[in-house]
Design a protein around this ligand. Structure first.
Ligand SMILES: [Zn+2]
Length: 477
């Protein structure tokens, strides 16, 4: 008996030490991102700002308001006028500069806090995280309590999948009741949206959609191949993701213009859905195919180390080996990307709301920086610069009622703004490296934003990231 007791005691000690070890690793990782802490940057608190001589691109109409003043206080745009008399505000002379709403990336995957600085540095003041885990609930709390600088943060729960196991952490639902229960539980725990994913069958999907309506949670759908594509025009589904899913599902892997017309007609009839094309993540397959050294590129230093070690590498090898077997894949992927441009063009022409989403944070799609590539692809597809900018501002904010306090420059809106040197309606590249980013009325200058990038480079939080992923597997299963 004595020996059993001794062994048990030993096991308890081992587990205890392990838990302490894990807690320390997570704490250290959090401490290392203290540069994002708002209290460490006291100079930005309790401040009001008066931006003078600025050209405003308000995004609620296709126009530029020339030489205006904008007054920001208590996180909100308080006034916009030719002349504003106010005492005590910091004055920012923005002569010849342009003010636009902060950008919104509607499809990201966040793995650590360093990424929040990368989004801000690229002018992104709101993100929609589409692979929710417990870590994101903690993150959301810290962001909403205004402890750290971050884009405004919205997250789905874990990805809901059908009965078939497809690897990863996907949450297999075996029957409609399980779907219903998950929606209720995600709502209670504080996730913002429901993400539906591969393999959901019609009966389970129906149960999710029904409960989502009752629980007042919008659904974001990565299309399920077990239901017709048109099933996703359910009014509870507010956005449909990925241009390639249109080709893989209703178009049956063919670049079929006639069939595309039918899909677009269905979109137009539905009226409820926004569409997030995520062209960058697909095009990155092509980039991997034409650059054998892409994993060693400087940009990849900004990727989360766990993703880099596991996902970026696996994706690269998979496509590299495919290319060795059949070199025609390079041309095929490029052709499909070109067809994606056509899809975006046709949907936009038909009046469907295109919302900018990059799928940043996985593979080789870099957080923050990718949005400029995504916007450039929309431009390639034939949208005007104004239409392109809409996808990452007003179109995005209109998709969900909980996001509609942003996306335009109007009195009463949240002061999420970017100040840039040149007119983005003439050249979208003006949006890169903004001079100043306002996040909820707090000013971040270029120097601070550059430092956010520097801090995220070659970060060493592989184990902390792995622990957070494992926590997700244990808690969400
Ligand atoms: Zn994604």
């Amino acid at each position: 008996m004595k020996i059993v007791k001794l062994v048990l005691k030993f096991i308890v000690i081992i587990i205890g030490v392990l838990l302490i070890f894990i807690a320390i690793i997570l704490l250290v990782d959090k401490q290392n991102t203290n540069y994002l802490k708002i209290e460490n940057n006291e100079f930005v608190n309790n401040k009001s700002y008066l931006i003078t001589n600025v050209n405003i691109i308000p995004m609620n109409q296709d126009t530029i308001l020339v030489n205006k003043m904008v007054y920001i206080k208590d996180r909100i745009i308080q006034n916009i006028a030719d002349n504003i008399e106010i005492n005590g505000a910091e004055i920012i002379d923005a002569q010849n500069k342009y003010l636009t709403p902060g950008l919104i990336d509607m499809h990201v995957h966040i793995w650590d806090r360093y990424e929040l600085g990368l989004y801000l540095s690229n002018g992104i003041t709101a993100v929609r995280n589409l692979w929710g885990m417990p870590m994101h609930l903690r993150l959301k709390e810290d962001i909403n309590n205004e402890e750290i600088f971050s884009p405004m943060f919205f997250t789905t729960g874990p990805k809901l999948t059908g009965p078939e196991f497809i690897g990863d952490d996907n949450l297999q639902l075996l029957n409609p009741n399980e779907g219903k229960e998950k929606v209720i539980s995600y709502k209670n725990r504080g996730y913002d949206f429901i993400k539906t994913y591969y393999g959901l069958t019609e009966d389970i999907f129906d149960a999710i959609a029904k409960q989502a309506k009752i629980s007042d949670m919008d659904i974001i759908a990565h299309p399920s191949q077990k239901v017709p594509y048109s099933y996703h025009f359910n009014p509870q589904i507010k956005s449909i993701e990925h241009a390639e899913e249109i080709i893989q599902q209703p178009l049956n892997y063919k670049l079929d213009t006639l069939k595309l017309k039918e899909v677009i007609n269905d979109f137009v009839k539905s009226k409820h859905n926004s569409f997030s094309p995520t062209l960058t993540v697909y095009n990155n397959i092509y980039q991997m195919l034409i650059d054998d050294n892409i994993l060693a590129s400087e940009q990849l230093q900004l990727m989360n180390p766990l993703i880099k070690k596991v996902d970026s590498k696996a994706q690269f090898e998979r496509w590299y080996n495919t290319k060795l077997r059949d070199s025609s894949i390079v041309k095929a992927i490029k052709n499909q990307h070109d067809f994606h441009l056509k899809i975006v063009n046709k949907l936009n022409e038909a009046g469907v709301s295109i919302i900018c989403g990059t799928d940043a944070g996985i593979g080789i799609t870099i957080p923050g920086f990718s949005i400029h590539q995504e916007l450039a692809f929309y431009k390639d597809s034939g949208l005007s610069n104004y239409e392109v900018l809409k996808t990452a501002t007003v179109n995005a904010s209109k998709t969900h009622s909980i996001m509609n306090k942003m996306g335009t420059i109007e009195v009463g809106k949240v002061a999420n703004l970017i100040l840039v040197d040149n007119n983005p309606l003439l050249d979208l590249s003006a949006l890169q490296k903004p001079t100043i980013v306002f996040i909820k009325g707090r000013k971040l200058n270029r120097e601070t934003l550059d430092d956010f990038e520097k801090q995220a480079k070659n970060r060493k939080n592989l184990i902390a990231s792995a622990i957070r992923y494992l926590e997700n597997l244990i808690i969400e299963k």
